[in-house]
Design a protein around this ligand. Structure first.
Ligand SMILES: *Cc1c(COP(=O)(O)O)cnc(C)c1O
Length: 364
């Protein structure tokens, strides 16, 4: 090692391993490992690239003015409370950097999204895990994890990788019973997919509290993971401080233009949502019929537990699927070594995958 001093916490970070995208020797792979959209982005995304390709030498709009305006129209929010980022990951890490530092604690639920502990450590803070009940965040254990040092609580709702969510009422209770000097961040990355009456993305809480932030992304239902675009809705004092620390041109011009285009194509978004509403329960039912246990996911993915006997474990399943050209997500890094997370793909991808899992189980 060098003589350089690395800030506390950094070397404790286990680097994020993203969903695999290649299998040696296989050309036509089915990639169900990163919760990407089954149908890709709206055709409007590619259409707007035509205009922008002659403007690549220009810096992007530092304020994302038109994008924030479009977000505010579609989601009925105040554009002044919206901040855009290079993926919501960037906003998560800025929030940690601003509101927590060495010695502070940041709470997340047991199987919460891995970027929370990574960003917490990068800020020098300590991630604190609150146990879940039945693979679902538990407001009581989250509250019990609070100490004098707690600064932020991250809640993905619905959560990745479990796909489960907690009700509007439970989140309101969480905010109500949490100290005022603790920021509640509701990560609503999959909210567009949710079809439940007692679900709320957190927008209303942001409008009624000074210490709630909601994050959103264009990487999931909008199918723009490759462009890195997300946004957060914040009370005015919070948005002010986040603007101070973000890079002046943190959202590139292609992301801004395509973000606007996909938001406006609401018919396409509805189509993606309907696709998921059909193939999520279809896949869940088929896997349950095999006897596998599957969480009640409301996102565009399924968390599935394999049997732990006679070579029918998740690791062997993962290997078998890879040989078939199908990539799903291993959950070892989440502490769920016997589970696989499977993204909802196209109709034929789901049929092929379910068929392969059936053959894998029977083979044994
Ligand atoms: C995919 C995902 C995000 C989105 O990250 P981006 O940086 O916007 O691509 C955020 N939170 C959760 C829980 C996710 O699963």
């Amino acid at each position: 090692m060098t003589n350089l001093i690395i800030q506390p916490g950094i070397m404790d970070i286990a680097p994020y391993s993203s969903g695999e995208s290649e299998i040696d020797g296989v050309k036509d792979i089915i990639k169900l490992s990163s919760n990407e959209s089954a149908l890709g982005p709206s055709p409007m995304a590619a259409a707007c690239l035509e205009d922008i390709k002659y403007q690549l030498h220009r810096y992007p709009d530092s304020e994302c003015t038109e994008l924030r305006q479009t977000i505010s129209e579609i989601h009925n929010v105040n554009p002044m409370g919206v901040i855009c980022g290079s993926g919501s990951d960037e906003l998560i890490s800025l929030i940690c950097q601003v509101f927590a530092g060495p010695g502070d604690e940041i709470i997340h639920s047991q199987y919460g999204f891995l970027m929370y502990p990574i960003s917490a450590r990068a800020a020098g803070a300590v991630p604190v895990m609150a146990p879940e009940s039945n693979r679902t965040a538990d407001v009581d254990t989250l509250l019990a994890a609070v100490t004098r040092k707690t600064r932020i609580l991250f809640l993905a709702n619905p959560n990745n990788p479990t796909g489960t969510y907690i009700s509007n009422k439970e989140i309101a209770r969480l905010r109500n019973d949490l100290r005022d000097d603790i920021l509640l961040v509701i990560d609503a990355a999959y909210s567009e997919y949710v079809e439940r009456d007692d679900y709320c993305d957190g927008l209303n809480l942001v409008e009624h509290h000074e210490n709630v932030v909601m994050t959103r992304t264009f990487s999931k239902i909008y199918g723009l993971g490759g462009l890195r675009l997300g946004w957060a809705y914040c009370p005015k004092p919070i948005v002010d401080v986040l603007h101070r620390v973000r890079g002046p041109f943190n959202v590139n011009s292609i992301a801004q233009a395509t973000g606007i285009a996909v938001l406006k194509d609401e018919t396409f978004t509805e189509k993606v949502k309907n696709h998921n509403a059909k193939w999520l329960p279809w896949t869940r039912n088929r896997l349950s019929e095999f006897g596998l246990s599957v969480t009640e996911s409301v996102g565009n993915f399924i968390l599935c537990d394999f049997f732990n006997v006679d070579g029918t474990d998740a690791k062997s399943a993962d290997k078998f699927l890879k040989q078939e050209g199908i990539i799903v997500r291993s959950m070892t890094s989440y502490g769920l070594p016997n589970s696989l997370r499977i993204t909802i793909g196209t109709e034929s991808e789901m049929k092929t995958t379910v068929n392969a899992i059936g053959r894998f189980l029977k083979r044994n």
